[in-house]
Each structure stands twice: as C-alpha cells, then as structure tokens.
Ligand binder design. Structure first.
Ligand code: OAD
Length: 278
C-alpha cells in the first residue's frame, strides 16, 4: 500500500523531509487555525498583523494575551506523531522537520526521544546543535526549522534580546501594555506575524531542503498560506515523492503521489514502524 511504498523509499537511504502544521499538534490539545474549532473563528487574523503591532502595540498585546491563552493555555505535551518524527530523525531516516507551528512541541519530542535513547544506551547520541540561524535548532541527526518562530519566547524590538515569554505574557495580562525590555524597547512575540516576511535565510534553507529531498511529507497542514503552499510543489517539481497526511483535502493533493486522510497519531507511528521493518 501507499504507506509501505513511502516507508520503502525512506528506508532505501532517501533524503526525507517532513513539513508540519497545526494538525500535528491538534491531538496534543493545541487548537488549529482553520476549520469549525479553529482559532480564526474566534479571532480576526488582522488583530495580529505586523502593521497593527507597529501602529498600536498596546491593543496588539492586549489581544495577543487572549490568543496566547486560547492556543497554549492548557497543559500540552508532544504526541505519538511528534515522537515518531523525532525517532525517525534519531535513526537517520528523517533529515529535517520544517514546521509552521510555534508551540515548541517538535523540540520537546526531540529532547525526550534523545533522553530515552541515551538512557537505554542503544543509540549513539551526540550533543551537536546545528544552529545556523535563529530558527534552526536540532541535533546532528535532524534539523528542526521553526519557520514561524516560537510562541514561548519574546524578542525585544530594540536590542534584539530573546527571553522566555511566560513572565512577559503575565506582565501584559497584569496590564503592562505593551511590555518592555530593560533597554526600553517594546517586546514582540518571537513569531512571524501576518504581513511580516519570513527571515530570508530561513526561507532559503526551507526551499533548499524541499528541493534536495527525495521524499517530502506534508503533515497536518491546510497548505493554504505561504510558504506552505509552495514547498511541497518545489519538492514535487524537483522529483521528490510527495506524501500528504491530513484529515481534510488540500490544494496540493493533486501534486502528491500519496494522500492519506487519517489522524497523524495513527499514520506516523505506523510509518516509523514500517521504516524500522517491524
Ligand atoms: P490549519 O489550521 O490551517 O490546518 C490544520 C490542518 O490539520 C487542517 O487541514 C486539518 O484537517 C488537519 N488536522 C487537524 N487535526 C488533524 C489530525 N489529528 N490528523 C491529521 N490532520 C489533522 O493550520 P496550518 O496549516 O498549520 O500562521 O496553518 C498555517 C498557518 O496559518 C499557521 O502557522 C498560522 C496560521 O494563520 C501564523 O500564525 C503566521
């Protein structure tokens, strides 16, 4: 079947890259953006646009506190789909994860599977971090590119300092609008806002990974915003096998060899076990 064919290709030393969206974190309890329960049913995207932040940082932060609560207010942890991708990276079967998510769950999963691997001592684990720019972390085995940044951090728009976002969101919730850095600069959530360009180096790296991949898996994304819409197409036009795992159809389905409309927490652990020959 389709999943077996993907697994065989990945197993044959193909360079595989995963591209993820909100659907991979939905089973962890983080809401998606689109659809009936999506956050854009409750909020207007325009409230969080870069232009609004510049014009009205006070109002922006006031609304952003509510959005943060809606998105990340609960307790949430990586699920079986995040873990399957992280394990595939550790086993050398998945070169990179490109994510649109800002929830940090891929990084958490990577950390937990590495801890498990080093405690059972059956896999060689290195401590190298392939940090080439702000959006890239990961291990020697796997690159993690957080294309839209990370909602758990804030960045000072003057001095550029990045810090943990929790205390700053708390200050904003307590009425410090907008919250500011010691240097006097206004903090901004460390994410890419609507109307704001993705950093050039980040988008470049994402395109290169898409172009060089043999297998490109788009997982849990509606694939309607850029660069989500174009990365699978770049991969396909450079000869990659494109696989889409998403509950709903996407505008890119017609460019994909394999389309699987099932829950990510079913499909990805299954794929991982097929790649491992279980
Ligand atoms: P969307 O909310 O647009 O799409 C999530 C997709 O995941 C939907 O098509 C769902 O069908 C699917 N889905 C949900 N649960 C699933 C599950 N358990 N298994 C499989 N599929 C599932 O989210 P994104 O595509 O990530 O940008 O949205 C892209 C960007 O638009 C976001 O990064 C955000 C948003 O506006 C910024 O904040 C800049």
């Amino acid at each position: 079947n389709d999943l077996e064919e993907l697994a065989e290709q990945i197993d044959r030393d193909a360079t595989a890259v995963a591209f993820t969206g909100a659907g991979i974190s939905a089973p962890s309890g983080v809401p998606t953006f689109r659809g009936d329960d999506g956050v854009w049913e409750k909020f207007d995207e325009g409230q969080f646009a870069y232009g609004r932040f510049q014009r009205d940082p006070e109002g922006f932060w006031d609304d952003r506190v509510d959005l943060q609560r809606e998105l990340f207010g609960g307790e949430y942890e990586p699920n079986a789909a995040h873990e399957a991708l992280a394990s595939m990276g550790l086993d050398g079967h998945l070169e990179a994860i490109l994510t649109q998510n800002t929830d940090g769950l891929h990084a958490d999963a990577l950390e937990s599977v590495r801890d498990d691997a080093s405690s059972t001592d059956d896999v060689a684990v290195t401590d190298d971090v392939a940090a080439t720019d702000d959006a890239t972390t990961g291990t020697a085995e796997q690159t993690l590119l957080e294309l839209h940044g990370n909602s758990q951090r804030v960045r000072c728009t003057d001095c550029g300092k990045r810090i943990d976002g929790d205390p700053v969101f708390e200050r904003a919730a307590d009425g410090e609008l907008p919250p500011t850095c010691d240097c006097g600069g206004v903090y901004k959530p460390d994410v890419v806002l609507f109307g704001e360009q993705l950093p050039g180096a980040v988008i470049q790296q994402a395109r290169t990974l898409a172009r060089e991949s043999d297998v490109f898996l788009a997982i849990g994304s509606s694939l309607v915003v850029e660069p989500a819409a174009s990365l699978p197409r770049i991969a396909a036009s450079n000869g990659a096998t494109v696989g889409i795992v998403n509950l709903e159809s996407t505008p890119v389905d017609s460019s994909a060899e394999v389309v699987i409309r099932e829950d990510v927490t079913e499909v990805l652990p299954h794929l991982q076990s097929l790649v491992n020959g279980d």
